[in-house]
Design a protein around this ligand. Structure first.
Ligand code: F3S
Length: 397
């Protein structure tokens, strides 16, 4: 057992390099950051730290963190805090394209100061909830990600290891390059207890419904057995929805989650059908002809999804149904500038680097429809809006 600087007993084993950082040899900011990681880790029962390859910092929206959060980030940046591993950033509360009719840009200046502080710390200005699109993780790799949908994808789809961390811990892990070896970083904590068989075809609507249902009804780590191989966009919706209504950070998808990244000790088996999901959520499923707003892109649309939706909208979209908002990462926006400009002339709005859930709105739409269970859950809960679920096909017309 070693002693930390302030004389408190230290329970965690530290390497020489970690001891050096703690003693301040690499600056007091890094030392303080590591001290927090060690203390939180000890509280969680971790006995060592692990090196991480990628941090993803959530909680960067000015609407959420306000002046205290901005000051915290600015102070860190001014005192020389810097990312020591590849670090990406979650969406902001403003539309970085600056053209949205929905997103209130009232906090533009403050959000830009948040962004400036992050960039000064060498955090990539990615402003998306798809960190895996920018750097797909490898199985068993340790990460520290905030943002629940991304965490669920990292663990469940890529077989990487990250807990569902808050923004501050993700930032401190980025500065130190380490996180405590606890929770989903350990194989024995990645133990499946419940098998859920879903025997019908999965589409975007049923993926969201199944995710909402799992989040509301299953507490332990489940394994889903599907009758067909799901599309990645449906896996995203399922995991994001389950992570919204529950605390899920790992849902094993049989045949998709890399083997040996989880263990099985199944003691409960459940079969659920499409008709059960439709019956359970029937009051929340859109059945009208028009909407004031359709929101697609929670989680953000990847480049492949954006291209597919652009083609679909060019071919099929009936603009009399209502306005559509697509939410995409800045990188994707720069890839399809011309195509997205053409959509903007058709009652379709494209917002970039933002998240309506953490933004303020310029007006209150009467009915929002979405294919995202996560957006459905949070727009109702946080914005108190009338939100209904629908498949992308029924939204486009
Ligand atoms: Fe992304 Fe916001 Fe949805 S962060 S997952 S668009 S709630």
């Amino acid at each position: 057992m070693d002693q930390v600087q302030d004389g408190e007993a230290q329970l965690m084993y530290l390497t020489r390099e970690q001891e050096r950082i703690l003693s301040g040899e690499e600056g007091w900011v890094k030392a303080k950051a590591l001290r927090v990681i060690v203390k939180v880790g000890e509280a969680l029962g971790a006995d060592e730290l692990v090196k991480i390859r990628h941090a993803h910092v959530s909680g960067i929206s000015y609407t959420n963190i306000g002046e205290p959060g901005l000051k915290f980030l600015e102070e860190l940046a001014e005192n020389g805090a810097e990312a020591t591993v590849y670090t990406t950033s979650n969406p902001t509360c403003i539309d970085l394209a600056g053209e949205s009719s929905l997103i209130d840009q009232g906090y533009l200046d403050q959000q830009l100061l948040v962004n400036k502080a992050l960039e000064k710390m060498k955090i990539k200005p990615t402003y998306t909830c798809l960190p895996y699109m920018l750097r797909p993780p490898s199985p068993h790799e340790h990460l520290t990600w905030g943002e629940s949908n991304a965490v669920a994808m990292a663990n469940s789809f890529y077989g990487a290891r990250t807990n569902r961390e808050g923004g501050p811990i993700a930032l401190l892990a980025s500065i130190t390059g380490y996180i405590y070896n606890a929770g989903l970083h350990k194989l024995e904590e990645r133990c499946v207890k419940t098998l859920i068989k879903y025997e019908d075809k999965l589409d975007d609507l049923t993926a969201s419904l199944l995710g909402l249902w799992i989040g509301e009804n299953i507490d332990e780590i489940p394994m889903i057995e599907l009758s067909t191989i799901p599309r990645i966009q449906d896996v995203k919706l399922l995991l994001a929805s389950a992570a919204a209504t529950g605390s899920h950070a790992l849902i094993v998808i049989k045949g998709l989650t890399p083997l040996k990244t989880y263990i099985e000790d199944i003691n409960d088996k459940i079969t659920i059908r499409r008709k059960d999901l439709i019956r359970t959520y029937k009051d929340n499923i859109w059945s009208g002809k028009n909407y004031s707003l359709a929101y697609i892109g929670c989680p953000h649309l990847s480049a492949t999804e954006t291209l597919r939706i652009i083609k679909l909208l060019e071919k099929k979209y009936d603009r009399t149904m209502g306005k559509i908002i697509l939410s995409i990462p800045p990188l994707v926006s720069s890839l399809f500038r011309k195509e997205l400009e053409a959509l903007r002339n058709k009652n379709i709005e494209v917002i970039t680097g933002t998240c309506p859930v953490v933004a303020r709105f310029k007006y209150r739409p009467d009915i929002i429809v979405t294919n995202s269970g996560k957006a459905f859950f949070y727009l109702r809960k946080l914005h108190r809006l009338d939100v209904r679920l629908a498949s992308l096909n029924s939204i486009i017309g």
